[in-house]
Design a protein. Structure first.
Length: 290
């Protein structure tokens, strides 16, 4: 059985319990959350998050805690070698997020590797490795998943080889895995249309066993555009058939799939998109979207 879900909100008053309820409303058996606003460091106290209620709700519906994926906030940039305060914030806040996620009981933290801004690419990669070496502890129970990026601006991570290099040079490399984003890889220049060949590439470079999570998104732009603009399932350049094959491919059965597609007329499309991807029925997709 495939595990598929969507990016769900976490807000007052129910917080995590509300996130799980939102996922269940989409007939999802997985979800992804932020532990707080992605653009700042403001965080609600752990005792307010309804953690036990969320865990019990997941148990009642046969969901294990690894099905709750956490996305690290965007303000974390370990690749910034030119601004010490930004780099220090990234290290300190990611460490705080790890502690927070471990208290919640989730296993995976998806992390954008970082951007080298006005510094060199090489320095950016080195700072990411050094930062992860400072942050991770042997006692940690989480895995940081480096996300594949589209290559917009000075983003690091559009090439699989770069991500593999980072993992290989982190001392606690068993705490490092990967999150593959279909839109990002397409926009980064990888052709997903030959699904078997694409999976072979992932396996040969990253290793499929090191990819526990994928973001399933269509793309508004042609392959290699480096734009990072997500489209609704079946409404972009990747297309429904390719995304259906990825979601249901037997070699990726172990992977948790998370939708991050745009809202349509202010409403989340996730329930219909999940139904379509499970049933191979593009007619189940919602009208509209981009």
């Amino acid at each position: 059985m495939i595990r598929i879900g969507a990016h769900c909100s976490m807000k007052s008053p129910l917080y995590l319990e509300g996130s799980v309820n939102e996922a269940l409303s989409y007939d999802a058996n997985a979800l992804m959350i932020y532990t707080g606003p992605p653009q700042n460091t403001k965080r609600s106290p752990l005792e307010a998050l309804h953690i036990e209620r969320a865990r019990e709700l997941m148990r009642q519906h046969g969901m294990t805690m690894d099905a709750m994926v956490v996305h690290a906030p965007y303000i974390i940039n370990l690749g910034n070698s030119v601004n010490p305060s930004t780099y220090d914030l990234a290290i300190n806040f990611l460490r705080m997020e790890i502690e927070r996620v471990q208290c919640i009981g989730a296993k995976y933290i998806v992390l954008h590797p970082g951007s080298h801004t006005t510094g060199s690419f090489e320095d950016g990669v080195r700072y990411i490795i050094d930062g992860l070496n400072q942050i991770l502890k042997p006692s940690d129970t989480i895995m940081i998943l480096l996300e594949t990026m589209a290559g917009k601006g000075s983003e690091i991570g559009k090439n699989l080889e770069t991500l593999k290099w980072i993992k290989d040079h982190v001392h606690l490399s068993d705490h490092i895995g990967f999150c593959v984003d279909t839109c990002h890889m397409h926009d980064g220049g990888y052709d997903l249309s030959n699904v078997d060949q694409w999976i072979d590439t992932l396996d040969a470079t990253l290793g499929l066993t090191h990819i526990p999570v994928m973001h399933i998104n269509d793309s508004k732009n042609p392959c290699g555009s480096h734009k990072d603009r997500h489209a609704n399932i079946g409404k972009g350049y990747i297309g429904f058939t390719t995304l259906y094959r990825i979601v249901n491919h037997p070699r990726l059965e172990h992977v948790i799939k998370i939708l991050e597609t745009p809202y349509i007329d202010g409403n989340p499309p996730y329930g219909a998109e999940i139904k379509a991807l499970r049933s191979n029925d593009p007619n189940a997709l919602p009208e509209g979207g981009a």
